[in-house]
Write a protein that binds this ligand. Structure first.
Ligand code: AHG
Ligand code: MN
Ligand code: MN
Length: 359
């Protein structure tokens, strides 16, 4: 029996896609394959857990977010850089774990793309063996193969050429969009290859599952309180059906669940820290996840407007993020965009009339 049994590897998938673009140089494919290699390397380190001396904090180091870095945050960032800096297809990189853009060293050629990444998402979960992941976004370098400035990265999410994530769970999977739908690849640990296992993924438009960190509820804005109250009221409230709640605290794992079976995720803007527009970061969390979700027929919003339309103004900018099943995101956006008098109603879920607001 053949080892691969007519299965499509990530390499074959990319080569076949490239055949539709005879003008393509192959740089893009090399870039994606290098990112995939970085993800395999991180998956390998993560999988050793307590056996690998990779758990715990990185000696008290604090990143630009003001967050304590885990050892695996630092290791994953280094892996992304080492695997991608030499290839000649990047003008620069930016990461959650680096305050400034990373310049391609002079000893390597530069290229026409920018790579932005969250090397390890959900890393607060790493020591307790909960799924974590890596998130990446590819945009064109506005000035071509030259040294980069911070402003070069300030491109709205709709400009992304590709985006994806790897999730390091019971299996390692790579989920990729190049702007033509979403496909997912499962790592065959024996071959060390990502194999195409999920094609043209679609998020159901309706759901009865929502994900939010409810410990922040006292800081939520009125439209979020209203939405969650209505979900909690279940079949006795205006929604007329029961909801389930999930919170993994690894966005990449939540995004994957939603991609596989629907649902809605909220990390909305709140009043916890007036200097912050939200918890999650626009360039390497909200934009790539938003691109994937929209390519799978779902929606991603700041709560007020499509996240992919936001003009970035700083590298580590935070933003409110709501994504998932289309009809739920439409509803949450409609609640935010309604006149303020409705937002002040309480108790919100007792109002049958809320049900009739056009979405
Ligand atoms: P990171 O580990 O890259 O800093 O991101 C963590 C993010 C995201 O994955 C998750 O949804 C969220 O932080 C969890 O926030 P809470 O700690 O508020 O639950
Ligand atoms: Mn993250
Ligand atoms: Mn991270």
């Amino acid at each position: 029996m053949p080892i691969i049994e007519h299965r499509t590897t990530l390499t074959q998938f990319l080569i076949e896609e490239r055949r539709h673009h005879p003008e393509a140089s192959g740089d893009f494919n090399s870039l994606i394959l290098n990112v995939a290699l970085a993800c395999k390397s991180i998956a390998h380190s993560v999988a050793f857990g307590a056996l690998g001396d990779m758990q715990g904090n990185a000696g008290g180091a604090i990143n630009v977010q003001g967050e304590t870095q885990k050892k695996m945050d630092v290791v994953s960032n280094d892996i992304f850089i080492q695997v991608n800096e030499w290839g000649g297809h990047l003008a620069g990189m930016a990461s959650e774990e680096m305050a400034d853009p990373y310049q391609i060293p002079d000893c390597y050629p530069k290229g026409k793309y920018l790579l932005v990444f969250d090397p390890l998402d959900g890393s607060s979960n790493i020591d307790v063996n909960v799924s974590v992941g890596s998130i990446f976004s590819v945009v064109r370098a506005p000035h071509g193969a030259k040294a980069v400035s911070e402003e070069d990265f300030f491109q709205p999410g709709m400009e992304q050429v590709a985006a994806g994530y790897a999730v390091y769970g019971p299996t390692t999977m790579l989920v990729l969009t190049v702007g033509k739908g979403v496909n997912a690849f499962t790592l065959d640990p024996n071959l060390g290859e990502f194999i195409l296992t999920h094609t043209d993924m679609q998020i159901p438009p309706d759901t009865n599952e929502f994900a939010i960190n409810a410990s922040n509820s006292r800081f939520w804005e009125a439209p979020v309180k209203r939405y969650v109250d209505e979900c909690l009221a279940g079949s006795t409230g205006p929604r007329g059906k029961d909801f389930n709640m999930r919170w993994i605290a690894s966005m990449v794992a939540e995004a994957h669940r939603i991609l596989m079976r629907g649902g809605v995720f909220l990390y909305p803007r709140d009043t916890k820290d007036p200097d912050r527009q939200g918890r999650l970061r626009l360039l390497y969390e909200a934009n790539p996840i938003g691109f994937i979700i929209e390519q799978a027929g779902g929606r991603a919003s700041t709560g007020r407007k499509p996240v992919l339309t936001v003009q970035p103004s700083s590298l580590h900018q935070r933003i409110g993020l709501v994504f998932g099943s289309k009809n739920e995101v439409d509803r949450i956006e409609a609640y935010h965009n309604e006149p303020a008098k409705v937002e002040m109603c309480a108790p919100l879920f007792n109002e049958r009339s809320l049900f009739q607001i056009p979405l």
